[in-house]
Write a protein that binds this ligand. Structure first.
Ligand SMILES: NC(=O)c1ccc[n+]([C@@H]2O[C@H](COP(=O)([O-])OP(=O)(O)OC[C@H]3O[C@@H](n4cnc5c(N)ncnc54)[C@H](O)[C@@H]3O)[C@@H](O)[C@H]2O)c1
Length: 277
């Protein structure tokens, strides 16, 4: 914890959704190392508890909160818990999300609503609950986890892509509405990141190839294949996303608001059309 004492977020309180796994877990740990106290909010209460214990073992301060970010009452309660435990709120990383598949024709109304609620409505609910506390703290910073899928997309992820596009538009709207209150709002747009979400997507694809066996080696090969589609030749680590989130919420990014930052190994820069050799 030595670097925590002189980090970017000393005396700051942060709330990270989806903090139990993947990108959210990495961000929660990174923010603690930068000096913050962190509310680790996740639908999976056990995963949130495990991350909070990890943080406590490192000498940091964390509170695990079980919360479904798609539900207004849960969100209000979670924000209240974090503020009453730590006394203030400066940073929100609204990150929890789910991946579901299908073209629009294959997408049921229930699936559309589920994806929109967890990926987009949650950002509205969390920002609405957190911003008044940030105003009381004299300002704050919000980061949403969108995706490259907001800008360029693959087949069969219509609802997911629409939810991430919505987050990018919401980022700009909130940035403009709350700039005068000293609140900056930005989004990160990861390419493929090696998290339980990506691992599950690879397992799903691998099972299609080999039936119902666990297909772990095939899934790992598929992840390596996703990596080769990125110009840098690999998928990202969650810690590489966390580093950018930390920068965006820190005073080092004090004049940055309303932007979306790709963290995609060059994926959005590529046309995907090979020249003849
Ligand atoms: N992994 C990738 O390749 C990738 C790429 C681009 C964007 N993203 C986005 O990054 C974010 C985090 O993804 P990840 O890969 O770390 O996912 P993950 O599945 O590994 O972890 C997500 C966490 O969010 C929690 N969660 C899910 N639904 C929730 C809900 N309703 N309420 C509260 N918590 C909930 C899960 O329990 C889990 O702990 C998501 O918004 C995802 O869309 C991921």
């Amino acid at each position: 914890m030595a670097d925590g004492l002189s980090g970017d977020l000393v005396d700051h309180v942060a709330l990270v959704t989806g903090g139990g796994k993947g990108i959210g877990r990495a961000t929660a740990l990174r923010m603690v190392r930068a000096g913050a106290s962190v509310g680790v909010v996740d639908k999976d209460g056990d995963a949130a508890e495990a991350v909070a214990r990890e943080i406590t073992r490192l000498g940091g301060k964390a509170l695990a909160v079980a919360c479904d970010v798609a539900r207004g009452q849960d969100v209000e309660q979670a924000v209240k818990c974090v503020v009453s435990s730590f006394g203030r709120l400066d940073v929100l990383h609204s990150n929890a999300g789910i991946q579901r598949y299908g073209t629009i024709v294959e997408t049921t109304e229930e699936l559309w609503d589920e994806v929109m609620s967890v990926n987009l409505k949650s950002a509205f609910l969390m920002a609405r609950a957190c911003i008044p506390h940030m105003v009381s703290s004299g300002g704050g910073a919000v980061v949403f986890t969108a995706s490259v899928q907001a800008f360029a997309t693959q087949r069969g992820v219509a609802a997911y892509a629409a939810s991430k596009g919505g987050l990018v538009a919401l980022t700009r709207a909130l940035a403009i509405d709350h700039a005068q209150e000293g609140i900056r709002v930005n989004a990160v747009c990861p390419g493929s990141v090696d998290t339980p979400m990506l691992q599950e997507a690879a397992r799903l694809l691998a099972r299609r190839g080999v039936g119902d066996s666990p297909a772990e080696p095939e899934a790992r090969q598929l992840i390596e294949g996703f990596g080769r589609m990125h110009p840098l030749g690999r998928v990202a680590l969650p810690e590489e996303v966390a580093e950018v989130v930390l920068f965006l919420v820190s005073s080092r990014a004090s004049f940055i608001t309303g932007v979306t930052v790709p963290i995609d190994g060059g994926l959005l820069a590529t046309l995907g059309v090979a020249l003849p050799q």
